[in-house]
Design a protein around this ligand. Structure first.
Ligand code: SF4
Ligand code: SF4
Length: 377
């Protein structure tokens, strides 16, 4: 079960593509966070995967540092696994926070779009200052502390053309888990989308090259699309489903079906004190339920497309269950690029690729391997 804890609605950045409404105010207390986890453990979930979210969650750093180890302990006492990641812009990520992440197994998702020219165009502070030095420092601290981390890029019409270069910049600074998403709020023109297609193909070539030279990395959305193909129907069972396999909790303890829903009180389905209201949840689930818009019909990539994501649909088209032309075009571009990667590496019988996507034991073994490496070092 995925649990998003929105520690604060406030943020110290003013990213050009941010879809959130920010406001200062009381952050989430450790008691609210604990009550949220208790609720899920009481419901019998054996694994609770927490995302500490904002705004910028490190504005509530004391709460994070106080409650994450306590929540992990709580899970252990109840015989459940509690894991966590924090999504941060990195401005407040100092050495001690990086070491805390390493020590406690807190996964860090660092939002950084690429080198200085890219980062400073899209991600200024609220005062309009550049943030590239802050992002680079955060990367360095995570790398030196050997904390587990991913980088999270937002692709815009302005930076799409240099996507491969930006990703290579992150690789050179130690990132090995690359996550990217599109700025769905931007006015993408047909020419922008053509440039994006070229950029994805360029990044796909880098993916092949890096894999062939033995780099270990994970790159979504490509890896997610390839996995969706190699796992077939098993894949759908693991994806999130708003309000059912995923909930989000606001700083006051209100429960929502997922991240995007935090933007409006009308989507509230309960609170941590009294639990989820079954009628409210049923209405969301009835409206959506993880299903796909009818218009998708028998599209050849429907089982691998994100059009069943209620959260994404809500952000892109304003409705949980609508099909959006930009989302549809983007899914096709990404899937085509991912399939080029798959074809190329499969033809070469690349061992790393085959392990990653066809060996169900690959992930557990990779984790064990990294633990032994840690112990040996
Ligand atoms: S750092 Fe995140 S929450 Fe803050 S403005 Fe940027 S996208 Fe929005
Ligand atoms: S690519 Fe378009 S038509 Fe196909 S499943 Fe996705 S949104 Fe639907």
């Amino acid at each position: 079960m995925q649990l998003v804890l929105q520690l604060t609605r406030d943020c110290n950045f003013a990213c050009t593509y941010c879809y959130q409404t920010h406001s200062a105010g009381r952050g989430m207390t450790p008691e609210v966070a604990e009550a949220a986890v208790e609720r899920l453990l009481d419901a019998g979930h054996a694994h609770v995967a927490i995302t500490f979210f904002g705004g910028e969650p490190l504005l509530e750093r004391e709460t994070l540092e106080a409650c994450w180890p306590a929540l992990r302990e709580l899970g252990a006492r109840r015989g459940a696994l509690v894991t966590a990641k924090v999504c941060t812009n990195g401005a407040l990520l100092d050495r001690s926070l990086a070491e805390f992440a390493r020590r406690t197994g807190l996964f860090v998702s660092l939002s950084v779009d690429g080198g200085p020219d890219v980062q400073d165009t899209g991600r200024p502070t609220v005062d309009g200052h550049s943030t590239s030095a802050l992002a680079e420092n955060a990367l360095e601290r995570l790398r030196v502390a050997r904390a587990p981390f991913a980088t999270y890029q937002v692709i815009t019409p302005a930076n799409a053309a240099v996507l491969a270069r930006s990703t290579e910049w992150l690789l050179r600074r130690g990132s090995r888990v690359f996550v990217s998403t599109l700025d769905f709020g931007a006015p993408w023109t047909p020419a922008d989308l053509r440039r994006l297609g070229v950029a994805y193909r360029g990044l796909a070539r880098r993916y092949v090259r890096w894999t062939r030279r033995g780099e270990t990395f994970f790159m979504t959305p490509f890896d997610a699309k390839i996995t969706a193909r190699t796992q077939g129907s098993r894949f759908g069972k693991e994806t999130c489903c708003a309000g059912v396999r995923q909930i989000a909790v606001d700083p006051d303890g209100g429960i929502y079906p997922c991240i995007e829903f935090l933007e409006s009180p009308k989507w509230k389905i309960g609170d941590v004190a009294s639990g989820i209201d079954p009628a409210s949840l049923a209405s969301v689930y009835h409206d959506h339920g993880g299903s796909r818009p009818e218009e998708c019909g028998d599209c050849g990539i429907r089982s691998r497309c994100a059009s069943n994501c209620a959260c994404l649909n809500l952000r892109v088209g304003g409705e949980m269950h609508s099909i959006d032309a930009l989302l549809c075009a983007h899914e096709r571009l990404v899937t085509q690029a991912a399939d080029r990667i798959g074809r190329r590496l499969f033809q070469k019988r690349d061992r790393t690729f085959l392990d990653r996507h066809y060996n169900p034991w690959h992930q557990p073994l990779a984790v064990l391997e990294s633990i032994f490496e840690e112990t040996a070092s």
